[in-house]
Design a protein around this ligand. Structure first.
Ligand code: HEM
Ligand SMILES: [Ca+2]
Length: 338
């Protein structure tokens, strides 16, 4: 049976001694960037930048190098793209961390995303493979799906990068720990579901609620009405939840956190190595912490009823969910990173 050996600089021990240096990164990241292993704004941003770095890739070639850290390595160019608005902050936090520990930007981005997800209760541990070389090519603008794109455009871009519609919906579980700073700059930190610090299925439920609220300074490009005060809904999430190609997969996660987590982890494992030769990478998944459990089953937010759901999967009825007790809440913004 495999045995762990103590790592030299920390309280940790590892099955693979080559992974010990990642425990040092973990301790530094958790203490100094993630405010003591928090599922807050910095953790959310770390997951977002992992998507934005990796998706700049085409199975046909001619785009970027995938999960290669070009978002930081060529940050002067790539952080200026509209779709990367706001990612300068997390990039600026990760760059010195990578430099201090002698890690590449491609590795630090995917590592911090896996740790970020682990900081959010209800998630599952993601795979982490180490050893991505430095980026060598700039990613051109236009590789990110936009919230104002139609479903055809979004699915085509994801397919070009090698992802099926089902995999995209699984990846969008990420929007359960997400908020927008830049869609409407008058209301920074406005979350996409009522539980932005919990990796639960609420995003899949709440995007299917009928919507009545226009937050902030009115509806912006790529934004549609929200179901609760304090929430924001992206037009892309709205459309993908209702399109016949994706609606049933979307709904399938509503009452099934286990399936959501399994499929999210599988799609993230693929995303994290886009453009990389996995034969040259070392499995350091053992460094990723075990997330806390979420003991709250999927619910309709207080004040909502089953009749407020607009089901969109023709094949299967929307599951019956308990209603959160108490009066309807206005959802608080995610506080800015300190
Ligand atoms: C159709 C595809 C997608 C679109 C159109 C989209 C769009 C957006 C937009 C507009 C924001 C708000 C940014 C801001 O204003 O601060 C956002 C946030 C976020 N997105 Fe996505 N996204 C997509 C897919 C994904 C995927 C696949 C992931 C991860 C695997 C992801 C992770 C996140 C996270 C974690 C945030 C929150 C960032 C924070 O709170 O700081 N998104 N997304
Ligand atoms: Ca959530």
């Amino acid at each position: 049976t495999p045995v762990k050996t103590a790592c030299p600089n920390s309280k940790h021990s590892a099955f693979n001694a080559a992974c010990c240096s990642w425990f040092d990164v973990l301790d530094d990241l958790q203490a100094n960037l993630f405010d003591d292993a928090d599922c807050g704004e910095d953790a959310h941003s770390a997951l977002r930048i992992a998507f934005h770095d990796a998706i700049g890739f085409s199975t046909k070639g001619g785009k970027g190098g995938g999960a290669d850290g070009s978002m930081i390595f060529f940050g002067d160019e790539e952080l200026a793209f509209d779709a990367n608005n706001g990612l300068d902050e997390i990039a600026g936090g990760l760059q010195p961390l990578a430099d201090a520990h002698g890690k590449t930007y491609g590795d630090i981005i995917q590592f911090s995303a896996a740790v970020a997800v682990a900081n959010c209760a209800g998630s599952t541990r993601l795979q982490f493979l180490a050893g991505r070389p430095n980026a060598t090519v700039h990613t051109p603008d236009g590789t990110l799906p936009n919230p104002f794109d139609n479903v055809d455009t979004i699915l085509a871009r994801m397919a070009d990068a090698g992802f099926s519609p089902d995999e995209l919906i699984a990846l969008l579980a990420s929007h359960t720990i997400a908020a927008a700073d830049k869609v409407d700059v008058t209301i920074p930190g406005t979350p996409f579901d009522s539980t932005p610090a919990v990796f639960d299925t609420q995003i899949f439920i709440e995007v299917l609620l009928n919507a009545i609220h226009t937050p902030g300074a009115g509806l912006q490009k790529g934004e549609v009405k929200a179901p609760l005060a304090g929430l924001m809904r992206l037009q892309s999430d709205f459309a993908l939840a209702r399109d016949s190609r994706t609606a049933c997969t979307w709904q399938s996660f509503v009452n099934n956190p286990k399936s959501m987590n399994t499929k999210f982890a599988a799609a993230m494992a693929k995303l994290a190595v886009l453009g990389q030769n996995v034969k040259h990478l070392t499995d350091c998944s053992e460094v990723i912490p075990t997330p806390a459990a979420n003991h709250v089953p999927p619910f309709l937010p207080a004040g909502k009823h089953q009749s407020d759901i607009a089901p969109a999967c023709a094949a299967t009825p929307f599951p019956s969910l308990p209603i959160q007790p108490g009066p309807q809440q206005s959802i608080a913004p995610v506080p800015p990173a300190s």
